[in-house]
Write a protein that binds this ligand. Sequence first.
Ligand code: IPD
Length: 264
Amino acid sequence: MTADPGELLSLAVAAATAAGRLLVDERPRDLGVGTKSTPTDVVTVMDRRAERLLVERLQAARPDDGFLGEEGTQAVGGSGVRWVLDPIDGTVNYLYDLPGWAVSVAAEVDGEVAVGVVHVPTYGETFAAVRGGGATRNGVPVHVSTCEQLSQALVATGFGYAAARRARQARVLAEVLPRVRDVRRFGAASVDLCAVACGRVDGYYERGLKPWDLAAGGLVAQEAGALVAGLRGAPASEELVLAASRTLFPALHDLLDPLAPDRD
Ligand code: IPD
């Protein structure tokens, strides 16, 4: 089965929107909270239901595709397309009924992210990107900010779930904070990356992102003009993701590099 990016995009938007509707309309009083990697890394029954809905929808349309989902879906396909899914990015926001969680759906074609959709129901926003085709919010093109100076930069970040990693992240943050306009911790990596994409923040960095946190939002940020990478020329990875406009990236990189934010 061939992979038409336009078709993958429509499917991703439809599936993410349906999952968002489920998460809003059928949010139960008891979220059935469990924990994963640490006691602060939560999962709810709705993460699992939303992942199931995404997989069913996408599989119905494209039965030969592979899958990687945060809540355990893993399947090798034969089409060259693999869907990378985070049914609720920002589960802690969802748990506390805070805004800013997202459904993140990306399609890789032959191992490279080709399409990304980040649907944020509580903002009424759907960010979308096709590789080489720019990025949009609710269908309107978005671009990174024009900020060039670190001292004027609003920088988003996030924290892992393990206490030791967080202690280190706090030490890095203590060095970043006095050198930038301010920092924000919104609670969903894909939404942070989309915030870079639309200039809502000037930069973003975080250690420990999983493929499903990064895939869709990373492409949206890139297609909006951001450089999305690691330190010292490394690609963005679980080690570190740094995203900013090309004008701000070097300064943010050089601030972070000696602080070793890619280590625990
Ligand atoms: C988390 C969120 C959070 C980030 C963590 C992620 P989850 O994803 O994106 O903002 O700081 O690194 O794991 O667990 O809510 O899907």
